[in-house]
Design a protein around this ligand. Structure first.
Ligand code: FAD
Ligand code: NAD
Length: 472
């Protein structure tokens, strides 16, 4: 059976469903294709949402354990793993079901199946029962996302070796868990399992956790991880995995490793993600791939095949849901004939550990690498009244400022709830705000948002709550 649609979107993640919904809102006839029963993609089914649900549980457990410092003592939390799984699954179902409803309300046709491109303007969808539907389209958006990278040394066909998808299912709480990779997933899921009761060891091949992120921010979370994890092994790699007894025998290599063979109950591999660019039939189009297998796109997210756009994890870093959905906007507006480009000055990034780490715009590390002159204004959370009332004074807010124009170029935050605070900095950077603007905007008291205003005051040597006179 062949039918036609104006816009065919392949992949129903935050890139794909945002593209489909906007297309429909702009009056296009849209078909959204994904293998899952409902839209949502990695983010909703096996990424952002289930991980954040589990991190919420981890925070509740940790806060209950630590409340005694404020004079409230709870009994040691007991964890009902079945109920926890059920609750997390309910969150996912509500969200994905809601997206399906939104598709229907907008008149988007949702096809549950696997897409194969037949050429630059047609696609074949193999539905679950094996039947196929061919669809002609005027424009296509590829949003097929990414999947976990598993290097050969870490490949072991065993249910004792997990990727993030398996870890999010919480099949069990192992007594000991080795997390390979000290990036976003390693730290987020490592903290979940540590809070649930596993002895977690993190192995990171570079000299520090969260490589690329400013060290003063990372220190805040690293200190916490050091106290909640069994061990954090830096400059260490895993060279072999093998099943042994009821666990996994792991061979480690690194300058600080005295005991290279160790045993863990389970291993979680979280060493990055690779794009799903092996879209069947892609070779029948002119779409080009980069050296790292990402689909090449221009500023409107158009590929080398003029009728086909691509967005999200498929087109490159940062592999973040909000980047995907904003690329969707650029692509679909461009398809609708509007003048648009995807050129953000600040894409926020948040690592949802507790404490959280968040940053946007230019980082101090990038500025130093570029040899760019910047000024940095820091406000320690220990000087924030709100942080003390929350019993969470560990943290820092810092602004990266252009000394000539006094414009805000970037912001970094580390501390409990940092992820909510970063949005103000994104708006400020995108609006071209100066550090004076941040200083002069009245922030509510007592809130953590005041640390943004006070770091602006630090820049002028006039912060009310820290004494740091301006030099020179
Ligand atoms: P995806 O969400 O990957 O969706 C692609 C979809 O396309 C999938 O459903 C796939 O099945 C489908 N597909 C692929 N090929 C075909 C085909 N041939 N036919 C039909 N369908 C196909 N990002 C954040 O911003 N915040 C977070 O807190 C966060 N947490 C994360 C936690 C984890 C554990 C993981 C793994 C990722 C997390 N991310 C987070 C990253 C985020 O999930 C991705 O950046 C985002 O999902 C990318 O969206 P996308 O639309 O590009 O593709
Ligand atoms: P990552 O790139 O964040 O971290 C991977 C880490 O593994 C790096 O620190 C790297 O140095 C290390 N590594 C690589 N090979 C190794 C090896 N052989 N041995 C030891 N360490 C090794 O990747 P991730 O944690 O898998 O996450 C993938 C992507 O998913 C992220 O980059 C991010 O874009 C997205 N994500 C985002 C969020 C969020 O927004 N909060 C959460 C989870 C995932």
């Amino acid at each position: 059976m062949t039918s036609s649609t104006q816009l065919a979107v392949i992949g129903g993640g935050p890139g794909g469903y945002a593209a489909a919904f906007l297309g429909a809102d702009l009056g296009m006839q849209v078909t959204l294709i994904d293998e899952a029963p409902n839209p949502g993609g990695v983010c909703l089914y096996r990424g952002c949402m289930p991980s954040k649900a589990l991190l919420h549980v981890a925070k509740v457990v940790t806060e209950a354990r630590e409340a005694s410092a404020c004079g409230v003592t709870f009994a040691e939390p007991t964890i009902d793993i079945d109920r926890l799984r059920f609750w997390k699954q309910q969150v996912v179902s509500r969200l994905t079901g809601g997206l399906r409803q939104l598709s229907t309300q907008r008149g988007v046709t949702y096809l549950q199946g696997r897409a194969e491109l037949l050429g630059p303007s047609s696609v074949r969808v193999t539905i679950l029962d094996g039947t196929t539907t061919d669809l002609e389209f005027a424009h296509g958006v590829l949003a097929t996302g990414s999947r976990p990278a598993i290097p050969s040394a870490l490949r072991l066909e065993s249910d004792r070796v997990w990727d993030s998808t398996r870890a999010l299912e919480v099949p069990e709480v192992p007594e000991s868990l080795l997390v390979v990779g000290g990036g976003y997933i390693g730290l987020e899921l490592g903290s979940v399992y540590a809070a649930l009761g596993s002895k977690v060891t993190v192995v990171e091949m570079t000299p520090g956790l969260l490589p690329g992120v400013d060290r003063d921010l990372v220190t805040v979370v690293a200190r916490r991880m050091e106290s909640t994890c069994e061990a954090i092994l830096l400059e260490t790699t895993v060279t072999n995995l093998a099943e042994e007894g009821t666990g996994v025998r792991v061979t480690l290599e690194g300058p600080s490793i005295s005991e290279s063979i160790r045993q863990f109950d389970r291993v979680l591999v979280a060493v990055g993600r690779i794009p799903n660019s092996e879209i069947p039939g892609l070779e029948r189009t002119r779409v080009r791939l980069s050296e790292f297998r990402f689909v090449e796109v221009d500023r409107q997210r158009r590929t080398a095949e003029p009728s086909i756009f691509a967005i999200g994890d498929l087109v490159g870093e940062p592999m973040l849901a909000h980047k995907a959905s904003h690329e969707a906007r650029a692509a679909v507006e461009s398809i609708a004939g509007r003048k648009t480009v995807f050129e953000p000055a600040a894409i926020p990034a948040v690592v949802f550990t507790d404490p959280e780490v968040a940053w946007c715009g230019l980082t101090e590390t990038e500025a130093r690498a570029q040899g760019r002159t910047i000024q940095v204004a820091r406000f320690p959370w220990a000087a924030s009244g709100r942080a003390l009332t929350l019993d969470r004074p560990q943290g820092v807010t810092k602004l990266i400022i252009d000394p000539d124009t006094e414009r805000l170029l970037g912001t970094g935050l580390a501390g409990s709830g940092a992820g909510e605070l970063i949005a103000e900095a994104v708006v400020a950077i995108e609006m071209g705000a100066t550090v004076s603007d941040l200083r002069l905007c009245i922030h509510p008291h007592p809130t953590m948002s005041e640390t943004v205003m006070e770091s602006a005051e630090v820049f002028f040597g006039q912060s009310t709550h820290v004494y740091r006179p301006k030099r020179g």
